[in-house]
Design a protein. Structure first.
Length: 65
């Protein structure tokens, strides 16, 4: 049985009970790393967009001319 469950923040729990060792275990490890990396990238992107939006709101710079 393989189950991937989200944990608070950008971490995921991988449950590999009853799973044979070998290639399948390697795939699960790779999947765990990929899922964590995707979550971290999405979080970083979201934070960047929030920072840009906040900077735009706070600057209130207008072009005159």
């Amino acid at each position: 049985m393989i189950a991937i469950r989200p944990i608070t923040g950008p971490r995921y729990e991988v449950d590999i009970r009853d799973m044979p060792l070998g290639a399948e275990a390697d795939e699960v490890c790779a999947l765990h790393v990929d899922v964590a990396a995707m979550r971290a990238a999405a979080t970083a992107r979201h934070q960047l967009l929030e920072t840009i939006a906040r900077a735009r709101d706070e600057s209130k710079v207008y072009a005159i001319g």
